[in-house]
Design a protein around this ligand. Sequence first.
Ligand SMILES: Nc1ncnc2c1ncn2[C@@H]1O[C@H](COP(=O)(O)OP(=O)(O)O)[C@@H](O)[C@H]1O
Ligand SMILES: O=C(O)C1=C[C@@H](OP(=O)(O)O)[C@@H](O)[C@H](O)C1
Ligand SMILES: [Mg+2]
Length: 299
Amino acid sequence: MTDAAQQEADFLNELGRRVRHARTVRGLSRKLLSQASGLSERYIAQLEGGQGNVSIILLRRVANAMGMRLDDLVAAQETSSDWRVVRDLVEQANPEQIALAKSALAGSATAESRVVRRRVAVVGLRGAGKSTLGRMAAAHLGWRFVELNTEIERENGLSVGEIFAIYGQEGYRRLEQKALRQLAEHPGPMVLATGGSIVAEPLTYDLLLSSFYTIWLRARPEEHLQRVRDQGHVEGKGDPTSVLEDLRAVLLSREPLYARASAVVDTSDVPVEVMAERVIGVIEDRFNGTDNGGRRPAA
Ligand SMILES: Nc1ncnc2c1ncn2[C@@H]1O[C@H](COP(=O)(O)OP(=O)(O)O)[C@@H](O)[C@H]1O
Ligand SMILES: O=C(O)C1=C[C@@H](OP(=O)(O)O)[C@@H](O)[C@H](O)C1
Ligand SMILES: [Mg+2]
């Protein structure tokens, strides 16, 4: 193979890897991506394998179906999640905000004392215990408990399933971001249970990380599967090996993102009651002594 041919093969391989990664992080099967993009499953498999030299318009459909930008799929360097967040924020900013951002980046902005708000969000894969432990912790602390998906459903008068069916993955991500923005503005202590795929949209996840104290509830894939099964959810049915393999792939692709949370709590092999005490302990350790009008106490 000539150098040029090798470079082209490398490019297609890298493109395939990015498509596969973007799909897996969103928890989408090839079948679902095929339905949303209009490309056949076989064609998507080829693309992900670095074999298909896909037309730009078809690639654009794939990107759109996942609510991502075409340029992120083909950029020479894989764009970092921080870069995508900064870029998206700059695109939405007004001139005053851009001036502030420039001075912050140039190192001339003054550091404001950071506000500590009693706001906690739990993240993790399906069956992590976000809803169960989040609710128990909130009840114990006397804080408000909010389930993000319930909030999205309430605001839009549609179930999450209906939102996916009508607006697709991209539409759900938009409504998720809007609901989170509103909750982030809301005063008062709160424990928020997020959806497992909140990490898929960098801007939304960054907003979560910057406005909540985030706890990743971590467990082994087998345990996630068992818990989802016990709850009788559809995802727990089907060929056990392939369901577990899918779950493993989703967890693997999301791990570096969940790991950006402020704290990690391992929930494997522990009864719920013990787990709830641990989560409450983590929250109390973080917020004890900060009940001072929201300001971090002087060091
Ligand atoms: N150590 C544990 N931590 C959290 N949940 C557990 C644990 N052991 C068993 N479970 C069970 O697993 C399920 C977790 O489901 P859920 O709270 O709905 O998760 P999520 O909201 O993250 O999808 C619950 O039925 C809970 O009783
Ligand atoms: O992990 C995922 O890909 C998803 C998890 C769900 O939330 P829970 O984690 O609250 O079940 C929900 O947001 C959506 O169906 C996608
Ligand atoms: Mg839940």
